[in-house]
Design a protein around this ligand. Structure first.
Ligand code: ADP
Ligand code: MG
Length: 238
């Protein structure tokens, strides 16, 4: 595991800058939530950390390594998307083990690793099922299993719960937090939902229009919002 250090990060699409020099440090093992209105640049920043989007300028470090220019597969970071794509023709076991199979890992090692991971995420009894035989929450957990099995130095989540109904969303918040307590991998979790941010984060980074408005522990942001935007967005009493 390792801290993620983002320095003076900028991103322009077709000469229009959408991320304006962002500085964020996510400590080793921390669960950090990026929150802000739609279009403020959350996904763009996350995609730059994952390597799915190039950096216009600035630095992204994972531990001591400068990773800006590394291809995604060499970054040691796993991303869980909102539209998690499971392979419909593969069992839960094979879906979770897929990243290891791609690396050419030995079959028996894959079996053991998938068992270990499925216990962490509570899917050990469902390994023989296919995705269509799972609930939305179970599918989401398979997607997480596939990220965990890679043993990454960091996890990135981009609004992973937005396709789930309200009740399941609340359950999954708790499950993702419990998962983090167990494996303590450095995590960035993106959401536009203030309640999700407040309940899940060790630290919140509030973004607006491509820059950081405030960063700190949830209670500090709630009690001492830096400005009217943060107060309104987080719902602090005025
Ligand atoms: P969020 O995830 O916070 O909703 P995004 O990071 O998706 O915001 O988008 C930030 C801004 O960048 C938006 O104005 C969006 O329209 C723009 N943007 C994102 N991706 C692209 C792209 N591939 N090409 C052009 N503009 C983009
Ligand atoms: Mg987004």
């Amino acid at each position: 595991m390792a801290p993620i250090k983002i320095t003076s990060l900028r991103k322009a699409f077709n000469a229009v800058e959408v991320v304006h020099g962002v500085d964020i440090t996510v400590e080793d093992g921390e669960f950090c939530v990026f929150v802000g209105p739609s279009g403020c640049g959350k996904s763009t920043i996350l995609r730059m950390v994952a390597g799915l989007e190039g950096v216009t300028s600035g630095e992204i470090r994972l531990g001591d390594r400068l990773i800006n220019d590394l291809p995604p597969k060499d970054r040691d970071i796993a991303m869980v998307f909102q539209n998690y794509a499971l392979y419909p023709h593969l069992t839960v076991e094979d879906n979770i083990g897929f990243p290891l199979r791609m690396r050419g890992v030995d079959r028996e090692v894959i079996r053991a690793e998938v068992r270990r991971v499925s216990e962490i995420i509570g899917l050990q009894d469902l390994l023989a099922r296919h995705p269509r035989q799972l609930s939305g929450g179970q599918r989401q957990r398979v997607a997480m299993g596939r990220a965990i099995v890679r043993n990454p130095q960091a996890f990135l989540f981009d609004e992973p719960l937005s396709n789930l109904d309200a009740q399941l969303r609340v359950q999954m918040r708790t499950q993702i937090r419990e998962l983090h307590q167990r494996i303590r991998t450095t995590t960035i979790y993106v959401t536009h939902d203030q309640v999700e941010a407040m309940t899940m984060a060790d630290r919140i980074v509030v973004l607006k229009d491509g820059h950081v408005e405030q960063s700190g522990p949830p209670l500090e942001i709630y009690d001492r919002p830096a400005n009217a935007f943060v107060a309104r967005f987080i719902g602090s009493p005025s």
